[in-house]
Design a binder for this molecule. Structure first.
Ligand SMILES: [Zn+2]
Length: 586
């Protein structure tokens, strides 16, 4: 017996040997065993996925001497004839070369005769979509009223070209593309049977090149086996396939991440010399970067197109330090460049230019990183304005302790004058000595000033809380001015033992910003430090409603009058012999 190519030698003879089409083989096996097999079956799907093979196995199932059965014996005369392709009652017709109406008429006449020695006459028409319109019409006649001893098994790669009248009379089954892993496993099994030593990487390359077709994969494997006598490694496969090894894709993506233009030009040039099609290379690279992004976003092998476990790990390593936003940027550019490359008369130059553009982009920062940077910048500015001598929570609290409790509702300065608690004059000596005292005393004196919080008098408590809140905000401002600014129009309220609520009215951005986990915990820590015990802080942020212009003006006028008549302002004008230049509403 002469040499048989792998695809023929190992053609599946039973349903369970068919790779990756269980959804079809199970349905057909059930139909056969329950005696409900349709008289016309259409098998659609990409080439090399097993359509004709399934049709042949099905023919055996129907005509096996021990049948009908889902597991044909492969020993009886009928089974053996079908295996060798010489069965008297099974006709394999190539639709592409027998597409005329006369061919179908012949078929119809022949179909009327009873089968020679099997239960059924079976017509397997491959590439049935190639039939002419009149041939389809002739076929329709027999499909409408088929003789009881006839079965039709059609196979097609293009079911859309089959007239709807034919389709509606067939039971349709769609074959799936075979995934890379299944092709690898199948080839590895055959290599083992053939005692061929081949690396998994080499099998992966062949499987990818086969593009979902088992037959193509086996043909390539045949070609590679005949080109060598010894072990089959990746280099040989690259040579035979004339092109692209997967390592080159990883090398290019690494050069992009390293921003190494020279390396990319070198790899592309090398692949070009090996005869690699540049358009195909670019589409492989596009898919590679897409896969890297999916891996970065935590995707599993299922979400990736044709990636083996071996490659998945390599991808994980490569993108570990690369931000997802940067991968997005790269993909954006590559997608835009794809059209140029496809229609370019110089595809090699076009691919090189595309990657030079990719390398020129600066990786974008994530929003979180940007906000952190702005915060750091604001902090720097704040410190430089206050001469680096930023008042600290404890110092400030100690000063407030002196002046705070005395300031009751009557002598508290109105909000409209730019004299807030922190500007309130305190004796110079106090300022200098207090901080030391606070640091020495444990617990700090400032915290002992807190009994007011637990005082039953509600109004006094509110005042004290206002002052405390100002102090806390001032302390936060020294480290995080942006956060402090969020609470510009806010109030601290006590809602239970050790529980405070911050009520603030502001815009959506500020509410979102304040609600970040890190910022919430900052506030919580600042409050707990200030009050000296564990404080739970709840937020109730509301969107500030924009007031109507009239109402706002009226309110401002009222405040201005109140300010002008305030005794403190009058005193200040007398003492400093000043005059009022401007009143600012803060
Ligand atoms: Zn049999």
């Amino acid at each position: 017996m002469g040499y048989l190519v792998l695809a023929r030698k190992y053609r599946p003879q039973r349903f369970e040997e068919v790779v990756k089409q269980e959804h079809i083989t199970k349905a057909l096996a059930n139909a056969v065993t329950s005696g409900r097999l349709a008289h016309a079956i259409l098998l659609a799907g990409p080439r090399g996925t097993g359509k004709t093979t399934i049709a042949r196995v099905l023919a055996k199932c129907v005509n096996c001497e021990s049948g009908p059965t889902a597991t044909p014996c492969n020993i009886c005369r009928s089974c053996r004839e079908i295996t060798t392709g010489h069965a008297a009652d099974v006709f394999e017709i190539d639709g592409a070369s027998n597409n005329k109406v006369e061919n179908v008429r012949e078929l119809r006449e022949n179909a009327n005769y009873m089968p020679a020695h099997s239960p059924y006459k079976i017509y397997i028409i491959d590439e049935v979509h190639m039939l002419s319109d009149s041939a389809f019409n002739a076929l329709l006649k027999i499909l409408e009223e088929p003789p009881a001893h006839v079965k039709f098994f059609f196979a097609t790669t293009d079911p859309n070209k089959i007239p709807i009248t034919i389709l509606s009379r067939c039971q349709r089954h769609d074959c799936r593309r075979v995934d890379v892993d299944s092709i690898i496993k199948h080839m590895a099994l055959l290599c083992e049977k053939e005692h061929i030593d081949i690396s998994t990487e080499a099998l992966t390359m062949i499987a990818r090149e086969a593009d979902g077709s088992i037959r193509d994969a086996l043909s390539l494997l045949d070609l590679i086996i005949t080109s060598t006598n010894g072990n089959i490694g990746t280099e040989l496969v690259v040579d035979v396939l004339g092109g692209l090894d997967r390592q080159s894709l990883f090398d290019i993506s690494q050069a992009v991440f390293d921003r190494n233009t020279g390396k990319i030009i070198e790899i592309i040039g090398c692949l070009y010399d090996r005869g690699q099609n540049m358009v195909k290379l670019f589409s492989e690279l596009l898919e590679h970067f897409r896969n890297l992004l999916v891996v970065k976003l935590g995707g599993s092998a299922d979400g990736l197109s044709d990636v083996s476990e071996f490659e998945l790990n390599a991808m994980r390593n490569q993108v570990e330090e690369i931000p997802g936003t940067y991968l997005h940027q790269i993909l954006d550019i590559l997608f835009k460049e794809e059209v140029n490359i496809r229609y370019s008369s110089q595809p090699k130059l076009a691919v090189e230019m595309a990657f030079i553009r990719v390398i020129q982009i600066r990786p974008a920062l994530s929003i979180d990183t940007l906000i952190e940077k702005i915060d750091a910048l604001q902090k720097g500015l704040y410190e430089s304005f206050s001469g680096g001598d930023t008042p600290h929570l404890m110092d400030e609290a100690a000063i407030q302790h002196e002046s705070g409790p005395e300031r009751t509702a009557e002598n508290k300065p109105p909000a409209s004058v730019a004299l807030n608690a922190r500007n309130y004059p305190a004796p110079l000596s106090e300022k200098k000595t207090r901080p030391h005292e606070v640091k020495e005393n444990q617990p700090p004196e400032a915290f002992q000033a807190l009994p007011e919080i637990h005082s039953p008098k509600a109004d006094k408590e509110d005042d004290s809380l206002d002052v405390s809140w100002e102090n806390i905000l001032a302390a936060i401002a020294s480290d995080n001015p942006a956060l402090s600014a969020c609470f510009a129009d806010s109030q601290l309220k006590k809602i239970g033992d050790g529980r405070l609520e911050i009520v603030f009215r502001t815009n959506q951005f500020n509410i979102n910003y304040a609600n970040r986990d890190s910022n919430r915990s900052l506030i919580q820590i600042a409050c707990s430090q200030y009050f000296g015990n564990d404080i739970q802080v709840a937020f109730s942020g509301q969107l500030a409603k924009s007031r109507s212009g009239m109402a706002q003006k009226k309110e401002e006028k009222l405040l201005e009058n109140e300010t002008l008549n305030h005794p403190l302002v009058e005193d200040a004008m007398k003492i400093f012999n000043g005059k009022i230049v401007e009143i600012k509403i803060l």
